[in-house]
Design a protein around this ligand. Sequence first.
Ligand code: ADP
Ligand code: ZN
Ligand code: ZN
Length: 727
Amino acid sequence: MKFLKIAIHKPFRQAFDYLPPAGCDPTQLQPGVRVEVPFGRQTLVGMLLRVTDSCDVPADKLKAAITILDEVPMLPPALFKLACWASDYYQHPIGEVLLGILPKALRQGKPESLSAEKCWYVTSDGWKMSLAELTRAPKQAQALRVLREHKNGLSEQAMKIHEIQTATLKALENKTLVRCEERWPIQEATVANPNNLALNDEQLKAVNAITSVGQQFKTFLLDGVTGSGKTEVYFEAIDKKLKQQQQVMVLVPEISLTPQSLQRFQQRFSARIATLHSGMTDSARLTVWSAAKRGKIDILIGTRSAVFTPLPNLGLIIIDESHDTSFKQHEGFRYHARDVAIFRAQSANMPIVLGSATPSLESLYNVAEDRFQHLHLTERAGVANPPAWHVINCQQDRPEDGLTQTLIERMKTHLAAGNQVLLFLNRRGFAPVLHCHDCGWSSQCKHCDVNMTLHQRPRKLCCHHCGALQPVPSDCPTCHSPNVIPKGVGTEQLADVAQRLFPEYSVTRIDRDTTKKRGELQRLVDEIHAGKRQILIGTQMLAKGHHFPKLTLVGVLQADAGLFSSDFRGSERLGQLLMQVAGRAGRGEQAGEVLIQTYHPEHPLLQSLIKNGYPTFAQSLLQERELAGLPPYCYHAVLQAEAKDPQTPFDFLQSAKHCPHEALQLLGPVPAVIARKAGHYRAHLLVQAKTRRELMQQLPTWLHQLLGLPQEKKVRWKLDVDPMDGL
Ligand code: ADP
Ligand code: ZN
Ligand code: ZN
């Protein structure tokens, strides 16, 4: 008798037992095939984990699976193994991991049909034909004109952009002027003159180190200041792998996957390059995923979730901006793509490169422990020099509407020289709070313990935590005084202020509000590149990755929030962010300048960063972490619980704390930083272990006990292994 252990796409921690479907030889089944199974009244798609000889449930109580959907595993063995490891490591239900990493159609049980796209080409008749002969069919003439401009064919999608109807093309086809062919959507583009730069010594050393390990696992930390030419190092290493017919995976933060960065790859490699990111349609993702699985993609550039793409000939993984927090998923399956990628590289024997100008403390610790090899690029490549830093003491030079006099004066100088200026303010909206001058009322969210932000265009109060909206009151809701005034400055207001102060220059604002529309971010960035905008105002969206050669002055308006963060990672984040923002200045031929407005100019963190630079700053933070016994010198997981009343989460976490847990240290429970969010009260318990191994060994048994606690059904709880925020 054989049984099938099947994982389903639901938040269950166990797999389910089924009998094989009638007529199926279970000994032939491989893990990773999808199986349709009855589940309660539903029919669900599950994935086979293994075939077993015994089962705890009596056989006559078991149902039979309905059909086996795949002949060969949908997830190739290497990826199946990766997903199982990630499910164990992050303590996330196996079915949600295995099925969650599949493109949607496959998760729903559909076959993996590879849709080649229809593509239209001009025929030799079509080339000979004079457009003048088509004057009586203007649509056809126009279509033929467009098609002639596309020697590599025009896809159905491109037709839509050019507003060409299929009927028009059919008419041309009948005249044998055009023809239609099916084409694989990811094509190899040929680059005539790849722009290979002569690498400097440090770059060469880095490339040699990476390529010399061949097909062995090794993690490199490519530590290079912004603009030092890390990308060129990736390119050389990638080139070597492509020449050996291997595939390369490049992971980037969502925000850096811009058309410009993609274009750099396209101008450098004659290869099949594809991207995977959250802005794609389900069908486009499926196409890329399937092509990758068949080895039909050479370079895959993707965000976080791309780490789970099947690539049979993968030979190298690169993680750009590897310190970026967006590699950690903060919802549902809370994996860290950097760590998953390292495991993947290890189990498939290949080098992995973590690039950063501001490496995470975890990575630096791994270097100190000899687990990673440190590669340095200490100078900006080409002509650019590092920017000069200055601190503005806001106690003496009081900012008015966000800007100090010193900063305004420097802006004048840089703008007059024909350069661009960036003002960095990590706070969108017009003002962070609306306040009554007479009774002290403030615009608190009804559902969260935070203030609602005032927005002017359109005018509304908005909670940035739960999304609640409210009309802006004309007088105070409690004392009816008309003196309700906005307090503090957000990017929306700053843009108005800057435009008022500098009417002769053009201001652009880049934050989540101005870039909601698809393609809008790109349009704004293009305008900056074209020199149409001189004053750039933005949140961290603008701070990362962009390369604006004419940008010479960066003003940081509010550094103080990061100096006094309650999160122990706050200072590391502040250091990284300031370096990133500063890295935007002086990337071209002219020297850059960074001005930081602060009420705490003597703050040791700020001083250390400015005087000694990021490496020394990071080392001193590491020493602090060691003294305080914090990660990376220990390992964390967080048990978070929430409910509609404040007490239940605490009761649940208290009981959890009393479950036996051997080598785990349990601290708390304490309320979350924002204790009430979207109407739910939240608290957490910190789980700490000396080694990763202890954490991994103890967590499952401890978690198992939680499932039996009486309060367990009354709260929503989740576990976050290696949490990156909210502490
Ligand atoms: P990073 O990725 O470290 O920020 P990039 O690779 O984007 O740096 O390089 C920054 C700039 O320096 C780019 O314009 C790039 O073309 C140029 N660059 C990189 N390496 C060299 C080199 N060896 N010689 C000349 N210019 C270089
Ligand atoms: Zn009032
Ligand atoms: Zn809210």
